[in-house]
Ligand binder design. Structure first.
Ligand SMILES: Cc1cc2nc3c(=O)[nH]c(=O)nc-3n(C[C@H](O)[C@H](O)[C@H](O)COP(=O)(O)O)c2cc1C
Length: 168
């Protein structure tokens, strides 16, 4: 016999917290998006990063519309992406913290187009912004990949259910 289903509450009656919790059940990697902005290096932690296209090479991420860091990156016209390793949890926290000295304590290289790159990243990409579309309280940024490298083996940092995890 078929089990009686409980009717789900309409989406508009549900709270934002439960939406965030539900979306948090989708595990992602963690990257730091950085740029050589007009007033110095800038960057932010992002888990909305994704690959989009191989030919042409495109990637995307979704910054909050109100982010001052994103405004600086947008003005720079491009950015670098550093893919974080398992032991980079402290970097992930720092690049999400307001008022922190985000670049201190780690070695940074310069990408081919001049953006800061985390020397220890598990991989990196150098990009130029191709398009920015509005999407609610965020924007969708598509960028063309100009250069990239995955310098070595290693474990990535995983973000799941509001916390940092290892793959296994
Ligand atoms: C794991 C993690 C993932 C994040 N992903 C995003 C993201 O995809 N988009 C975004 O706008 N902010 C994201 N944030 C928050 C930004 O890192 C944070 O708001 C950052 O400080 C932006 O700088 P600003 O708000 O000072 O301009 C994330 C934070 C953490 C810790």
């Amino acid at each position: 016999m078929m089990a009686v289903q409980t009717r789900l509450q309409p989406a508009e009656l549900r709270d934002q917290r439960s939406l965030r919790d539900t979306l948090g059940r989708y595990p992602t990697g963690v990257v730091v998006i950085t740029a050589a902005a007009a007033d110095g290096p800038t960057g932010m932690t992002v888990n909305s990063f994704t690959s989009v296209s191989l030919d042409p090479p495109l990637i995307a991420f979704c910054p909050k519309r109100s982010s001052t860091t994103w405004a600086q990156i947008r003005r720079a016209g491009g950015f670098a992406v550093s893919l974080l390793r398992l032991h980079h949890e402290e970097i992930a926290r720092r690049f999400a913290q307001w008022g922190a000295d985000r670049f201190s304590g780690h070695e940074w290289w310069e990408s081919p187009t001049g953006h800061p790159l985390l020397a220890e990243a598990i991989g990196w990409l150098d990009t130029t912004i191709e398009s920015v579309s509005s999407a609610g309280d965020h924007e969708i940024v598509v960028a063309r990949v100009l250069d990239w490298s995955a310098p070595g083996e290693g474990e990535p940092l995983v973000f799941f259910s509001g916390g940092y995890r290892a793959l296994s």
